[in-house]
Design a protein around this ligand. Structure first.
Ligand code: GLN
Length: 547
């Protein structure tokens, strides 16, 4: 097995996750089996307990792991499902070491930060590789060089390299600023971050030089000299218009060729054809489709918002570009929506994505009502499905005080209520990793729009009505109200195979009104757009907004 570590320098947010995903894609395209692994330095055992405003989206895997959003990038780029071995945190690592110590797993040795913490990290790296039968494990080191909390991950890198000098590479992604007052690209911060790496006993093998524009020859030579690298190992990584261009840019810059040469591996085949096709679709899409996302995770501005709902945004892009449409996505703050609900007429489709708690819920419910009454395509994802049921109960079934017990535990009409096994967990404050998580089968109803879409856009295996989608929730549709809903026209178009859990609802007298208890966005890929997003965008495109 070969190992590639990817670290970041100078500043965060320059695309380390996308770069790691791109390296994985390029090596897969060269014919190798790869396993990406994100190691986050924080002490949380997983991302599930973190507020999306601070951490971004929680990406759920088939096996129910609640992971960092970078796992979403890996899956979208590789087009393969990942599992719990592809994500680790310092919290998990320390927990394992301490639990092993408590059960005498170290045979009476003094347990020390080094070597025991890096050894546990290396063990996990090998597990990720084995789990995917990988030729190459690509390890993304969370955080930036120079932080205290990720030093043991670098230490694991140093020790592994010492043991297997020919099998370990280090790629450093670093940033060259262009201060406006100077108007010139500066290389010193990168030199400093490489120096910092060197002080931990690590010499990078390849430098990805991130900047607003491509690195010029002068800077390349300077970096080569001061970072002890041949100039061809400095790969230019300028800003690009969309993330799907990154692997193409790296490939054209010769990145995979350099990696393969250093690892003494031969290219088995060359295949970025479909990826380039998708990129061409992005570039050539002209006709705009306007989608509004009604959300609440706004606190620190648009940047956070995009991070909180990254899979929804990407799923919209996949569905749009694959229909030669250009999505124009607008954030609608559910906290302010009630001031002007009519603004929704400016959109061809509205999404209410996943969420928790009672803040700004009225705006979301009004948005759903507006879409239902005005026949604007509506797509509700998890909370967006639950609130669609609440809205329907209140305004169509006449159950005025209907609610989800998440908001009003004493409501007379609990159309959404807590799942029985969840109640105990909450009482015990047992929050981490205890929701209904991961992929569950769902049976589609014959004749429903949902079934038609899964069939048309190719996710139903022949002869079945079964799909598998990812979940993350504690509440569910209350079957006591089932008859009332069915009698008045809200269809249940998907349930768990035993028929007990409502998974999809839809309205038939509406061009597109679908709510899913699961998160379809987590399974959308650029080369495999999600059927329900395809249907949603297709209908949205038919809406004429007029002048
Ligand atoms: N808060 C809701 C629940 O726990 C919905 C969760 C979600 O949207 N992911 O059931």
């Amino acid at each position: 097995m070969k190992y590639i570590f990817v670290s970041g320098g100078v500043i965060s947010g320059i695309g380390k996750g996308i770069s790691t995903a791109s390296v994985a894609l390029l090596l897969k395209s060269a014919g190798y089996k790869v396993a990406p692994l994100k190691i986050d330095p924080y002490l949380n055992v997983d991302a599930g307990t973190m507020n999306p405003v601070h951490h971004g989206e929680v990406f759920v895997l088939d096996d129910g792991s609640e992971t960092d959003q970078d796992l979403g990038n890996y899956e979208r780029f590789l087009g393969e499902p990942l599992n719990k071995t592809n994500y680790a945190t310092s919290g998990q690592v320390y927990l394992s070491v301490i639990q092993r110590e408590r059960s005498l797993g170290y045979n009476g040795d003094c347990v020390e930060a080094v070597p025991h913490i890096p050894e546990e990290i290396i063990k996990r790296i090998n597990e990720a590789g084995k789990s995917h039968n990988a030729d190459i494990v690509i390890i993304e080191i969370g955080g930036t060089v120079g932080e205290m909390q990720n030093v043991f991950i670098f230490e694991a890198n140093r020790i592994l390299k010492m043991k297997k000098p020919n099998d370990v590479l280090h790629i450093h992604l670093s940033y060259l600023p262009i201060p406006p007052s100077l108007g010139e690209m500066k290389s010193k911060p990168v030199q400093m971050s490489v120096k910092e790496l060197n002080s931990m006993g690590i010499q990078p093998d390849i430098l990805l030089a991130r900047s607003g524009v491509p690195v010029d020859e002068i800077r390349r030579k300077k970096l080569a000299l001061f970072c002890s690298l041949p100039p061809e190992d400095i790969i230019s990584a300028p800003d690009v218009k969309n993330i799907y261009e990154v692997p193409i840019n790296y490939e054209d810059e010769g990145l995979s060729a350099r990696i393969l040469k250093k690892l003494k591996l031969k290219r088995k085949h060359k295949d970025l054809v479909q990826w380039r096709d998708f990129e061409n679709k992005i570039v050539s899409a002209k006709k705009v489709v306007k989608i509004g996302i009604v959300g609440k995770y706004f606190t620190t501005g648009d940047f956070t918002l995009a991070d909180s709902y990254i899979s929804v945004i990407e799923a919209l892009k996949h569905a749009s570009y694959n229909q030669n449409l250009k999505p124009e996505i607008t954030w609608i703050d559910s906290g302010k929506l009630l001031e002007d609900i009519k603004q929704l007429k400016n959109y061809q489709g509205i999404i209410v994505p996943g969420g928790f708690g009672s803040r700004d819920i009225d705006g979301k419910i009004e948005a759903i009502k507006y879409c239902r009454e005005n026949k604007i395509p509506y797509f509700g994802l998890c909370y967006g499905m639950q609130l669609a049921c609440v809205e329907y109960a209140r305004n169509v079934l006449g159950l005025k005080s209907a609610n989800t017990t998440e908001i009003d535990p004493k409501t007379k009409y609990p159309v959404i209520h807590i799942m029985p096994d969840q109640e105990k967990k909450l009482l015990l404050k047992n929050y981490g990793g205890t929701m209904r998580l991961g992929a569950w089968d769902c049976l589609l109803k014959k004749g429903s729009l949902a079934r038609k879409l899964y069939d048309t856009f190719g996710k139903l295996s022949a002869g079945t009505d079964q799909i598998s989608e990812r979940h993350r929730h504690r509440y569910e549709f209350n079957n006591e109200f089932l008859e009332k809903f069915l009698d008045s026209g809200l269809k249940i178009s998907g349930t768990s195979p035993d028929g007990k859990l409502v998974e999809i609802v839809e309205l038939s007298d509406h061009p597109f009104f679908i709510g899913t208890q699961f998160h379809p966005e987590l399974k959308s890929r650029p080369l495999g757009p999600h059927p329900l997003f395809m249907g949603f965008v297709k209908e949205a495109n038919k809406i004429n907004l007029g002048a």
